[in-house]
Write a protein that binds this ligand. Structure first.
Ligand code: IFM
Length: 418
């Protein structure tokens, strides 16, 4: 890294933060909410002694953060925090609680959410599906059903019919790679069944679903910008390890590029969710000093640069739709944000067309299989009162958003946090 001190981003860069319905709204009824309470799930948690450690409530999404009714206040806070964009998801089970029957009130609710975002100066990036599915679809086999892409297309068509005029940026699917792996390879998420055949089938159904939805949206709104949020990792192989390089090539091919490659004629941008740095070296390779999040994820800001450089091959604009860390004490977040943004800037200087950065997350939230204990929010939630409080890193990030980058003066001002 050179010694420069000013990292100013392109004009009209989007700054903001992301959420997902099931993680923040509260009061959802879908395959996840049911699975959270299931015997099978509880047995697994007990076996791992997780209930003893965190308590049963930690693993039940319940009222979430109450964002379903508090979205307007949350967006006001985002505005105060200097954001000019926001990403959130629609909850399929609210919109289509019964097969083929759409709930107009819920669609109107999301219309209100979009209007509120715009009133607060936030460009909405709307995710159509961020993991849970309605119970009727679960009962038909979920994404394993051969008709699942058709069901998704029908849902997307209805959503676009009502909300299409007010949204420019659509994200059809969130992290298909993670969803399929957690659900069917690791068996850690609903339906909690390891099955490599289902893994491949669901993966391919998601490709079909995206393409079908893309065509529907484009037909109605040709100016809409459509992509997925792809979970890309930095597979890092040392120069001397041949096996490391072979594993890296295979992992890049399948995990990072396969899905994006299959939909490359049907995407206007790439949404990048980036969290992980995976070493593909031998265990005896030289150890560097390492920093970890509360969840034990290695924090490696430089990975962002490599992941962005690798995405140049698709020749599409990139919006970073997620990046962040669980850090209850807000000790590492300020450093992590500043260092990661320097790497984004470095990629832009090297020709990558990055147009926005949406931090994960706006709010503390329900972190899926882990529950509520990991704290990802720029805004801290007191789960007893649902009171919101900006963390120090939210102030730092606000000043970055308002300056459109990381300046020397800003680093000086926040040096106690960095
Ligand atoms: O909380 C998740 C989010 O729903 C999808 N991307 C990764 C985040 C952190 O694990």
């Amino acid at each position: 890294m050179n010694n420069r001190k000013e990292f100013i981003f392109p004009r009209r860069f989007f700054w903001g933060a992301s959420t997902a319905a099931h993680q923040v709204e509260g009061g959802t009824t879908n395959d996840w909410s049911e699975w959270e309470k299931s015997e099978k799930r509880l047995k697994h948690l007990k076996k791992l002694k997780l209930i003893e450690q965190y308590g049963e409530d930690n693993f039940i999404s319940g009222m979430g953060t109450g964002h379903y009714t508090r979205f307007d206040g949350d967006f006001k806070m985002a505005k105060e925090m200097g954001h000019n964009a926001t990403r959130f998801s629609l909850e399929w089970s609210r919109i289509e609680p019964e097969e083929g029957k759409f709930n107009e009130k819920e669609l109107e609710h999301y219309h209100d959410v979009i209007r509120s975002a715009r009133r607060n100066g936030l460009e909405p990036f709307v995710t159509i599906w961020h993991w849970p599915i309605p119970l009727w679809l679960r009962d038909k086999g979920g994404w394993n059903s051969k008709d699942a892409p058709k069901y998704f297309a029908r849902y997307a068509e209805r959503v676009i019919g009502v909300l299409g005029g007010d949204v420019k940026f659509w994200i059809t699917l969130n992290e298909p790679q993670v969803y399929t792996a957690e659900s069917f390879l690791l068996g850690e998420w609903p339906p909690q069944k390891i099955n490599p055949f289902s893994y491949l089938k669901v993966f391919h159904n998601l490709i079909k679903a995206h393409i079908a939805a893309y065509k529907i949206i484009k037909k109605k709104h040709p100016a809409a910008q459509i992509g997925i949020a792809s979970h890309n990792m930095h597979f890092d192989a040392s120069r001397r390890s041949l096996t490391g390089h072979i594993f890296k090539a295979a992992a890049d091919w399948w995990w990072n590029f396969y899905f994006l490659g299959r939909i490359s004629d049907y995407q206007d941008f790439i949404g990048l969710n980036h969290y992980f740095h995976k070493k593909m070296d031998h265990w005896w390779s030289k150890k560097e000093k390492e920093i970890f999040s509360d969840m034990g994820w290695r924090l490696h800001p430089e990975s962002m640069y490599h992941v962005l450089m690798d995405l140049r091959r698709f020749g599409k604009p990139i919006y970073i739709t997620e990046n962040g860390l669980a850090d209850a004490g807000d000790i590492k977040r300020p450093w992590f944000i500043v260092e990661t943004l320097k790497q984004v800037h470095r990629a832009i200087e090297n020709g990558v067309d990055v147009r926005g950065y949406l931090h994960w997350s706006l709010l503390d939230n329900f972190e899926w299989g882990e529950g509520f204990w990991p704290r990802f929010g720029l805004i801290e939630i007191d789960y007893r009162t649902l009171e919101r409080k900006m963390r120090p890193s939210a102030h730092l990030y606000r000043d970055i958003c308002l300056r459109n980058g990381v300046t020397e003066e800003l680093v000086e001002r926040y040096k106690n946090l960095l």
